[in-house]
Every structure is written in C-alpha cells, then in structure tokens.
Write a protein that binds this ligand. Structure first.
Ligand code: ADP
Length: 451
C-alpha cells in the first residue's frame, strides 16, 4: 500500500509539473511570434504580470528585455544557458520561493536569443502538499480498515479451528478416562469438503482408532488379570490347605499335583502373553529353516495323540503330501498343536479328527476337521481375539487361557499364511491353513543353500 501511494504521488507530481511546463510554453508562443521580428518591439517592461516573469536574453547572458516583475538577480539565478539552443526547463530558488523557468531558444534578425518564461511553483507545491496529505490520510485509514477486516476475517476463519481444538481436548480427556464406558462422541463436520471439515474427519478417524485401541487394551488387561486370578486363587487355596496342618503323604502328593497343573496353566498364559506381546511389537523372531511341513504336522499329531487317545478320539490322516517349506519349526509345531488340541478339547469321545496336508492350487494347505460342538456364527468373527471364548472350556485341565487361536493367528501372520474357519454347531469345525507358495520348495532350497 505504501509503495502504491508513493507511486501515485510521484506520478501526480510528475504530471502537474509537466502541465506547468506545457502551460508556460503555450503562454510563450504568441509573445515569441512578436519577439521573433524584433526583440525590442514587444516591450516586456510594460508588462506587469502577477504570475509569469518574462525575459529576453542573448547567449552571453545579457538581459535585452524583461517584464516589470523580474528582479535584477534573476539572470544570475538562471545561470549559464545551454550551449545548443534547445528547450530547457529549470527550477530556481528565488527570494520569494521556488520558480520554474522554461528557456526557449528563438531567432530575431538572424540573432540567436533566449526567451525565458518563469512562474512561481508555490501553487503546485501547495497542490502537491495537499495531495500528499490526503494520500497519507487514505493510507492510514486503509491500514486501519485492513487491520479491522483482517482481524474480523481471521477470527471468523479460525473460529471453527478453535472450536475443534476445544472439542478435541474434551474428547482426549474422556478417552483417557478409565471410567468412560460410553462410546466416544465425534467432532462436528460442518463441511466435509473444506480444510476444517477434512481436519475434523481425520481427527474423528484418529479418535475412533485410538478409542478402539484403548478399549482393547483395557479389555485385555481385565481379561488377563481375570485369567491369572483363577490359577492363582487355586494355588493359594491348595498351599493354604497344605500348611494348615500336617497332611498324609497321599494328600501332599494330590495337592502338589494340582499345584503343578495350575503352575503349568499359569506358565502357559504368561508364555502366551509374551509371544503375543512380541508379535505386537513386530519382534516375533522366526528362525527360518528348510523343513517339510508334513513332518512338522506329523510330529504335532504325535504329541496330541495321547490326549486324543485318553478321550477315545481318533486322529485320521487323510491326504498326506510331502510339502517342503521354509519356516520356524517350533512355532509351526505350536500352531498345529493349538488346532489339534482345540479339536480334541471341543469334541466328544468316540469322534474322529481328520487331518490333511497337500499342495492345493499351487499352495500348501493344511486342514484340521473335527466332529465337535462347533462354533455359533455370532462367535466365529471373534474366536481369534485374545481371551475370547465361544463356549466354556469343557476340560479344565487343558485350560489354555483363551489365547490359543490368538497365538495361532500371530504365528500364521509371521509366516505370511492365512486361516479360514468353517463351523456348524453340533456338526463340527474345520480350520484350513493356506501357506504362501513362494515359501515352498524354492524358498526352502534358497535357505538351504544359504545355510
Ligand atoms: P481356548 O483356550 O478357550 O480354547 P482358543 O483361543 O484356542 O482359546 O479358542 C477360542 C475359542 O474358540 C474357544 O474358547 C472355543 O469356544 C472356540 N474354538 C476354538 N477351536 C474350536 C473347535 N475346534 N471347536 C469348537 N470351538 C472351538
């Protein structure tokens, strides 16, 4: 704005000065016509002009003719005339103020002469001063106006953001509140297409995710403590029973067996939690090695066999292909065991568990099917969640703490495999594992070569 004002002002000054110069040249024209015939003919000394001073000077600077209002020092103030005769303008400092002079060359009787017409600049200086003051006033006023408009506009623009920040702070506080059980509200999205609306939508997404994580975490801690509480209270009860009074060797043995089994359950839960926390942190280190999946599955079936036998459950091997694979043997064995033990746990005596392994459509596929109690459709989407139980554990002794399938999922994920579960209540369940084809023979070979 300052630059614009300065430009306008300098343009104005230039224009009115140019106009003054033009006016003087204009006024000089008729007089010059007379003077050209005789420089003394038109006796300028008779003229007593208020505005303009007129002089006729020869190139040496001798005053030949002048109007009455020209004082003696004017010729000195004009100074030297240009060597080449051309129209020249000068601003002179006079005794009564500044004077603008136009020096016009002309010829009279073949003699080169100068006609000087001069005019005080007081009037145009006054106009300039007034214009400058008005411009300055406009500048200050527009600055104030701009400041007021900007403050109003910025305030208006930022109001939704201030509102958003306030509401976001409220949401953040209620999210961290452990007593908060109600679903978290969301920030209002007035216009989903503008920046503030997009910011609010992104915040809502973030809040919802964080809320879900907080809830999961709270649920996890409460489930974990619940799972740990049962074996711990059994342990306390049994040890109290032992130290209460002297017991017979048989009683000691029986109670110690219970303590051992509870300790095993506790260890299982703690180890399971550790495996899951490693998987969550992305630190479930796989010691990949070339192996045969069918051999690992066979080994798992062998480990599960005594448990199946004690429940009079048959483990039937259907298709049994040789499947070379690159994976972590211990974790894969644990994965197969989880599926087999669940199948045994949730099946009635006298039933059969069918296990098969084959390369199907180019990918290794492992299937464990049982004829057990099955899983209701509303539970199916949740069975891989931590501590989720679709049905009460029918066999307290083999309690795995509801972590089995969650651990299985982590192992599956680490091997880039997938799992599908199909189940019908009262008929049985079938778990199908799909392993990546890339990790079959070629990867196994590559790892073998690297080893
Ligand atoms: P749990 O220790 O309870 O077996 P899991 O994570 O292994 O924990 O399984 C989660 C839930 O899924 C089980 O509580 C059970 O209800 C259901 N489930 C898993 N496998 C089977 C199966 N083969 N037959 C019926 N229900 C099953």
């Amino acid at each position: 704005m300052a630059a614009t004002c300065a430009t306008v002002y300098s343009f104005f000054v230039k224009t009115i000065r140019a106009e003054l110069d033009q006016d003087m040249v204009h006024a000089a024209r008729p007089m010059l016509a007379d003077l050209s015939s005789d420089p003394h003919k038109d006796n300028l000394s008779e003229l007593n002009l208020q505005e303009q001073m007129l002089l006729v000077v020869d190139p040496a600077g001798h005053l030949l003719n002048k109007s009455r209002n020209v004082d003696s020092g004017t010729v000195e103030r004009i100074g030297r005339f240009p060597k080449t005769p051309s129209l020249t303008f000068r601003t002179l400092e006079g005794p009564t103020g500044r004077v603008r002079a136009a020096m016009i060359p002309f010829e009279s009787n073949h003699q080169a002469l100068w006609f000087v017409i001069a005019q005080p600049t007081a009037e145009i200086e006054f106009s300039e001063w007034r214009f400058r003051d008005t411009l300055f006033g406009i500048w200050v006023l527009s600055l104030l106006l701009t400041a007021v408009i900007a403050a109003w506009y910025v305030g208006n623009t930022l109001r939704p953001i201030t509102d958003l920040t306030r509401r976001a702070a409220v949401l953040t506080e209620s999210m961290a509140d452990p007593m908060q059980t109600e679903p978290l509200g969301s920030l209002p999205v007035t216009n989903p297409n503008d920046e503030v609306g997009q910011l609010a939508s992104t915040f809502n997404l973030l809040f919802n995710r964080m809320d879900a994580v907080f809830r999961q975490l709270r649920q996890f801690v409460s489930d974990a403590s619940h799972e740990l509480r049962t074996p711990l209270s059994v342990l306390r009860g049994e040890t109290h029973y032992l130290i209460e009074q002297e017991r017979s060797p048989q009683e000691y043995q029986g109670t110690l067996r219970i303590i051992e089994s509870e300790l095993a359950a506790l260890t299982g839960i703690v180890e399971g939690l550790f495996t899951l926390s490693m998987a969550d942190a992305g630190q479930l280190r796989l010691s990949l090695e070339p192996l045969n999946l069918d051999e690992v599955l066979d080994e798992a079936c062998g480990i599960a066999a005594p448990g199946a036998r004690s429940k009079k459950i048959r483990i039937e091997r259907l298709r049994w292909d040789e499947v070379p694979f690159a994976g972590d043997q211990a974790l894969l064995r644990q994965l197969f065991l989880i599926l087999l033990e669940n199948a045994i746990k949730y099946s009635a005596p006298g039933t059969a568990i069918r296990v098969e392994i084959q390369i199907f459509e180019g990918r290794p596929r492992v299937r464990v099917c049982d004829q057990g109690i099955g899983i209701a459709p509303e539970h199916l989407p949740h069975i891989f969640e931590r501590f989720y139980r679709a049905a009460p554990d029918p066999n307290e002794e083999s309690r795995s703490g509801g972590l089995g399938l969650a651990i299985a999922k982590a192992i599956i994920h680490a091997h880039h495999a997938t799992i599908e579960c199909m189940s019908k209540v009262g008929t049985g369940s079938s778990f199908t594992l799909w392993f990546p084809s890339e990790s079959t023979a070629s990867s196994a070979e590559r790892i073998h070569t690297m080893v």
